[in-house]
Write a protein that binds this ligand. Structure first.
Ligand code: MSK
Length: 627
């Protein structure tokens, strides 16, 4: 094997990625891995010891080796790390929550009649949710109800409430604990703004106090912005139900116009999908010489349309550049988050159009098509026409679509899980009690080029299901697990005897796909439903979570709201906090005494599975169940 070949094999476990890495090398296209190799990381930044929050600095704090060097303002290592981490969490929470706000605005536009491009697709969920949140539903038209629901949830973004609407979903014990600690999330925007305020020079100078507010900020994401995004997206676009689809770069089609949907929001992608499926656009595509229009997803926009529409997934975070290297993509359309700024440049090396759609996310080199809820249908047609136009520029000599698509099953919303169980959680509770299913673990999050692409996701999932732990997956982990054959019922062949039996009886995979990044709210909601059904706190449940290949501020916010909700959470890489012994100890140990759960950091997925398994065993023993 050549050195280049060995290097490529070490970067990713996926054959489609390896083939495209070879093609990128041959064509002189730089990818995320090349750029990582070209970086020299600063150890101060890696440890969270660099402060750039004022112009008395920037400062580098020295905390070890007998020599302490404070920042110009007097901040020590603990305070500097806590401030940096707090802002990291605020950015992640803001991102999910601003996405949630966009979904409210769209539903509100439906209620007000200012859009004809969107509608209420799940009236039952609308009525159910309104009722759950205390809105009288009887005799009300869906639009009126949607208006009242939006008015209520808009208030969750403000500063006047004592707690967010969805906090009522939590067990009483957890609510009391948050109140005692002063971390009950109040307003979504309020917690983010307060974090920015607290971490300004000369405000909160107690690292523990900042970390507690970081937890409150993350909770305003999980039980606020993300939950609103999930629930209202279901109302607008339909609550997911189990369906079949496919995954990997092989879902691109040689004889069709390929459109890739990338980002996070279903608002733009649902309208583009509708336009691409319209007879008018298909006829135009055929007139341009293509056999049809093929739409596929990437990252979490992909997860949104996969869950609800069964749209195939081309790839996850580290596949986004490589998807363009196929030379078969006419157009990539993006909304926001996790979109590498390199993409317009790579697109320009081919005939590929790169289209941005959000006021909030402009990219130099892109074509911007300004989407709003009142023009979405027309703009979606415009985007599809750009793709049709681009088809003429495709160079067949540069097209290489690797791999054969792998079959997957998707659509496991909580509603779908309950339906599969016959309308009640009792069968799952019985399986947990008998030990057939020893626990439930979430595998969520991203890829990170510092780790071999998809290796940890797949290895961790295989280890967990072998130990009879049911896995639920969201985000970019989904693609890895789908490619590994774990998102189909036959994947249960790789599971332990108990889990295999349950999967076979229900006809479900051992790894359930529950959605996108914001849909991690489905997982904490399911935990709350389980805890309430058993009269327990979430921290008493035999559950755990992992983000084995995470990279983003959003993923850190997800991890922190999971822990603050009582879920033990493994991370494959630490956040930039190791420069503070105090903050690191708090994250890895101290939080256990405060919120009943903590983080674990472990790069080796086999060892990580061992840690999660030990946690689940301990919780089972405490409940009087077999370990
Ligand atoms: S897209 S935040 S790389 S999961 Fe949600 Fe994937 Fe992580 Fe972005």
């Amino acid at each position: 094997m050549t050195e280049i070949e060995m290097n490529i094999e070490s970067l990713t476990i996926c054959d489609d990625a390896r083939q495209m890495l070879r093609k990128a090398k041959a064509e002189g296209i730089e990818t995320v891995w090349d750029r990582l190799a070209g970086q020299k990381h600063c150890t101060f930044c890696e440890q969270g010891l660099s402060c750039q929050k004022c112009v008395m600095g920037p400062c580098r704090i020295v905390a070890k080796g007998g020599k302490v060097k404070l920042g110009v303002c007097g901040a020590d290592a603990d305070l500097t790390v806590a401030r940096n981490f707090g802002r990291f969490i605020a950015a992640g929470s803001a991102s999910h929550s601003d996405h949630g706000r966009d979904v409210i605005e769209t539903l509100a536009a439906v209620a007000e009649g200012t859009t004809r491009d969107f509608e209420v697709r799940d009236e039952q969920k609308l009525a159910r949710l309104a009722g759950e949140l205390g809105i009288a539903t009887e005799g009300k038209e869906p639009k009126a109800l949607a208006g009242e629901l939006c008015a209520l949830l808009y208030q969750d973004f403000c500063s006047r409430s004592k707690e967010l609407s969805f906090v009522r979903r939590l067990p009483e014990k957890r609510r009391a604990l948050w109140n005692k600690l002063g971390i009950t999330p109040r307003g979504i925007d309020r917690e983010v703004v307060e974090m920015m305020h607290r971490t300004h020079m000369g405000v909160d100078s107690d690292p523990v106090s900042i970390c507690l507010h970081a937890a409150r900020t993350a909770l305003s994401d999980g039980w606020g912005g993300s939950m609103i995004a999930t629930e209202l997206s279901d109302i607008l676009f339909g609550t997911p139900t189990p369906r079949a689809s496919q995954v990997n770069l092989g879902v691109l089609k040689k004889d069709q116009i390929n459109i890739l949907l990338h980002g996070h929001s279903p608002i733009v992608s649902e309208t583009i999908l509708a336009a691409a499926r319209s007879p008018e656009m298909i006829a135009k595509a055929k007139a341009a010489g293509a056999a049809g229009i093929n739409v596929a997803g990437l990252c979490c926009t992909g997860n949104e349309v996969l869950m609800r529409q069964g749209v195939p997934m081309a790839g996850n975070h580290l596949m986004t550049e490589l998807a363009l290297v196929t030379g078969a993509v006419e157009l990539m359309v993006v909304d926001y988050q996790c979109i590498m700024p390199s993409l317009p440049h790579i697109a320009s090396c081919y005939h590929t159009r790169f289209v941005t759609t959000s006021d909030k996310a402009h990219f130099p080199g892109a074509t911007h098509v300004d989407f709003h809820f009142d023009n979405a249908g027309a703009k979606a047609r415009e985007v599809v026409e750009l793709a049709i136009e681009a088809f003429a520029g495709r160079d067949p000599g540069r097209v290489d679509i690797p791999g054969t698509p792998v079959e997957i099953m998707t659509g496991f919303s909580n509603e779908a899980v309950l339906a599969a169980l016959g309308g009640t959680l009792d069968p799952l509770i019985d399986a947990l009690k008998s030990g057939a299913v020893r626990g439930v673990a979430a595998i969520v999050g991203c890829n990170n080029p510092k780790q071999q692409h998809d290796y940890s996701h797949v290895t961790l999932a295989r280890e967990l299901i072998k130990k009879n732990i049911l896995v639920v997956a969201t985000g970019c982990a989904t693609v890895a697990l789908g490619k590994a054959g774990l998102l189909v019922p036959a994947g249960a062949d790789q599971a332990g005897e108990g889990l295999r039996g349950v999967c076979n009886a229900l006809g479900i995979p051992p790894v359930l796909h529950v959605g996108s990044c914001v849909d991690n709210s489905r997982i904490i909601h399911l935990c709350a439903l389980l805890a309430n059904a058993l009269g327990l706190d979430i921290s008493d449940l035999p559950v755990a979570a992992s983000a084995p290949e995470w990279y983003s501020e959003k993923a850190a916010a997800i991890g922190l709201y999971a822990v603050a909700s009582g879920v033990y959470t493994h991370l494959g890489l630490p956040p930039n906090i190791l420069g503070s012994e105090m903050v690191t100890k708090l994250a890895l140990e101290g939080l256990e005494d405060v919120v009943g759960a903590s983080f674990a950091v472990e790069i080796d997925p086999v060892a990580a599975a061992g840690l999660m398994d030990a946690r689940i065993s301990a919780k089972r023993t405490a409940l009087g169940l077999s370990a």
